[in-house]
Design a protein around this ligand. Structure first.
Ligand SMILES: [Zn+2]
Length: 207
């Protein structure tokens, strides 16, 4: 079985692509965002530890993230990691308990990410998410589900998105280069519809 890491900037559609690829290739989809939220919600020892860092506005340290991932992997093969590793140190820690066979990088340019995330609107009342381009509400500015007024999250404002993209690029570059040196990197053009991107990724990973 193959263990895969999926990398890409915010707005590249990692979650959607990962879910489709995992279903098609029968891989365990581990979204570290979901794992983290689940550990916190269940109040596990690791979850409480992570929550402490988050409440202080700090990043959850590598060893805590690694312990969570290790517990989920639990010796099994055929894992698709989405959102992890984020740093070279995490990649080195991961290699101690999970051999990574392929790393897919979803390449999307900054202006495309700004366009995608900039058209996102959310309903603060019920949490529904819309996209003015791909999934607009029936009545402009109103939530289909509850009728609440839609807003743009501060995180999705163009200048904030551009900054997040730049930070991601800077922080992930050593990771991308690390996997490229190992001959594991597969770069896929992520600026296309999710179906097309997912098919390409599946094709590239099939034995
Ligand atoms: Zn709503």
């Amino acid at each position: 079985m193959t263990n895969v890491v999926l990398l890409g900037p915010p707005g590249a559609g990692k979650g959607t692509i990962a879910a489709r690829v995992a279903a098609e290739l029968d891989l365990l989809h581990l979204s570290t965002g979901d794992v983290l939220r689940d550990e916190v919600a269940r109040g596990t020892e690791l979850g409480q530890l992570a929550q402490g860092f988050m409440e202080r506005g700090e990043l959850v340290p590598d060893h805590v993230m690694l312990a969570m991932v290790r517990e989920r992997v639990n010796g099994r093969e055929g894992v698709l990691l989405d959102g992890f590793p984020r740093t070279l140190a995490q990649a080195e820690g991961l290699a101690r308990f999970l051999p990574v066979h392929a790393v897919v990088y979803l390449a999307v340019r900054k202006d495309e990410v700004v366009r995608r995330l900039g058209s996102r609107r959310v309903c603060p009342s019920c949490g529904a998410v819309y996209n003015l381009v791909t999934q607009p509400p029936e009545v402009p500015g109103r939530c289909d589900r509850c009728g609440g007024g839609l807003i743009q999250r501060a995180d999705d404002a163009p200048d904030v998105v551009a900054r997040r993209y730049e930070v991601y690029e800077r922080d992930s570059r050593p990771l991308v280069e690390h996997y490229a040196r190992q001959g594991k990197l597969i770069t896929v053009d992520g600026a296309r519809p999710p179906d097309v991107v997912a098919s390409d990724v599946i094709e590239a990973l099939r034995p």
